[in-house]
Design a protein around this ligand. Structure first.
Ligand code: F3S
Length: 391
C-alpha cells in the first residue's frame, strides 16, 4: 500500500503509540483487500459502544488509548449504549451502569460526539458521494442506498482507527466498480407497511448474500420504509447497499429474483417465535425513530393508555427526542417511554424480566431470540399499539 510522507511518519510512531496502532490497523485491513492507498473520510461512526455487546476485553484497550490523549480528527459519532440513564440505569445492576459510563467517558475523552444512536444521518446528513467509515450495518446500507454516500461496513475497531486518522483504506464500497448491481429483484407484490419492507430485507438478505440488488417495481419507498428494508437486509446478508430506482443497469446480465405476496407473508410468519398475543414489552424504534415516525406513533395513540403489566418503549436519539417535544409528551402521557441512547436489543431486557417482545422491526425480530433470549412477535405498528394500549 502506498503511504504519503505524513502517513509514513505516523506509521513509524513519530506521532505516538495511539496514532501508530490506528494507522497500522487501517493499513493491515487495506492490505487484506488489496487497497493501494488511504483516502480521507468526512465522518466515522463507531459501533460496539454498548457494554452488553462489547464485553470486558476491549474496555482496557479503549482506556489505554483514551489515556494517551489521542483525539478524533473528523466528525465521529457513537452507536447506542446499553442503557438509558433516565429509565433503565436504576433498574439494571449498578456495576453495569458503572462499566457503561466508563466506556462512554473514554470515547468522549477522544472527542467522539455523544450521539448514541444508530441513525447518525438524522443528526447530520452526509453529502452525496462523501466517503465515510461507518460501522453500524443498518446505517451503512442507508448511507450507501438512500443518501448516496460511500462506506464499507466497518468493524468497531476499524471505524475507531478511521476516526482518529481521518482516513480509510480505498477498497470495497469506495470504488465505483464495486457499486454495480448484481441481482435484479422483480417485485410482483406491492408492499404496504414497514413490516413488509423489513420482511423483504430478511428474505433478500438470505438470497443475495453480498450481491447488490436492484429492485424493479418497488412502491411506497419512503425513507422510513427503506430504513427498515436496509436494516433487515444487513441482518441476514452481507450486502451493503441496494438500488430501488433510477439505475441504468444492464439488466440482462443480472441474476434474476422475483418476490411475490407469498414470499413476504411466509417471511413475516416465520419471524414470530410465539403465537401468544400478550407481550411483556412492545418496542418500536429499530433503527432509531425518525421525527416522522415519532409523530405517527403519537397520532395513533390518541387518548389510549398502556395496559397494566406491559412496557411500551419508543427508541430514538436525543436529537430527535428534543425536536419531537409535543409528540414525546403524548407518548409518555399514555404510559409509554421514549428512550434515548439505547434500544431493546443492546440492553439486557432479560434482566428486566421481559420474556416476550413485540416489535415492528424485522432487525429486532431477527436478533431478539438470541441476543435477548426472548420470544418475539413481529407485527405492524398499528397492531403493536393495539396490543399495548387499552381501549
Ligand atoms: Fe439500532 Fe438497536 Fe436496531 S442499535 S439498528 S435500534 S438493534
Amino acid at each position: 500500500m502506498h503511504l504519503t510522507k505524513q502517513e509514513e511518519h505516523i506509521y513509524d510512531g513519530e506521532f505516538g503509540w495511539a496514532n501508530q496502532i490506528c494507522i497500522k490497523t487501517l493499513v493491515r485491513l487495506g492490505e487484506l483487500f488489496n487497497a493501494t492507498r488511504l483516502i480521507p473520510i468526512s465522518s466515522a461512526h463507531v459501533s460496539g459502544v454498548s457494554y452488553k455487546t462489547l464485553g470486558d476485553a476491549p474496555v482496557d484497550f479503549l482506556e489505554t488509548l483514551a489515556n494517551t490523549d489521542v483525539k478524533v480528527t473528523v466528525k465521529a459519532t457513537l452507536n447506542p449504549q446499553s442503557l438509558d440513564e433516565e429509565h433503565l440505569c436504576g433498574k439494571l445492576p449498578l456495576n453495569i451502569c458503572q462499566k457503561q459510563s466508563g466506556i462512554l467517558k473514554n470515547f468522549e475523552k477522544m472527542g467522539f460526539t455523544k450521539s448514541l444512536t444508530c441513525t447518525p444521518y438524522y443528526l447530520e446528513n452526509p453529502k452525496k458521494e462523501a466517503h465515510l467509515a461507518w460501522a453500524e450495518s443498518s446505517a451503512v446500507v442507508y448511507a450507501n442506498s438512500v443518501i448516496g454516500a460511500w462506506t464499507n461496513r466497518e468493524g468497531g475497531l476499524s471505524a475507531l482507527a478511521a476516526a482518529i486518522i481521518g482516513k480509510t483504506p480505498d477498497y470495497g464500497m469506495h470504488k465505483v466498480e464495486n457499486r454495480e448491481p448484481k441481482a435484479l429483484v422483480a417485485m410482483e407484490t406491492q408492499l404496504q407497511s414497514e413490516v413488509e419492507f423489513g420482511a423483504l430485507g430478511i428474505f433478500l438478505g438470505e438470497i443475495v448474500e453480498d450481491k447488490i440488488p436492484i429492485m424493479q417495481g418497488l412502491q411506497n419507498a419512503s425513507r422510513d420504509n427503506l430504513k427498515q428494508l436496509g436494516a433487515a437486509l444487513a441482518s441476514t446478508g452481507m450486502v451493503n447497499m441496494f438500488y430501488h430506482d433510477g439505475v441504468n443497469a444492464k439488466v440482462n446480465e443480472l441474476e434474476k429474483i422475483s418476490v411475490d405476496t407469498k414470499d413476504i407473508r411466509r417471511t413475516i410468519e416465520n419471524m414470530s417465535t410465539t403465537s401468544a398475543q400478550k407481550p411483556d414489552l412492545v418496542f418500536v424504534g429499530c433503527p432509531h425513530c425518525s421525527l416522522n415516525e415519532i409523530k405517527q406513533i403519537a397520532d395513533l395513540i390518541g387518548s389510549r393508555k398502556v395496559r397494566d403489566g406491559m412496557e411500551f418503549w419508543v427508541c430514538t436519539s436525543r436529537y430527535i427526542k428534543e425536536k419531537a417535544g409535543k409528540h414525546v409528551e403524548k407518548i409518555e402521557k399514555s404510559g409509554g417511554h421514549v428512550l434515548t441512547d439505547t434500544c431493546a436489543v443492546v440492553t439486557w431486557t432479560d434482566k428486566l424480566g421481559i420474556k416476550t417482545i413485540m416489535t415492528n422491526s424485522a432487525k429486532t425480530a431477527h436478533y431478539a431470540p438470541t441476543l435477548n433470549r426472548a420470544e418475539t412477535i413481529f407485527a405492524p405498528l398499528k397492531e403493536c399499539l393495539n396490543a399495548v394500549l387499552k381501549g
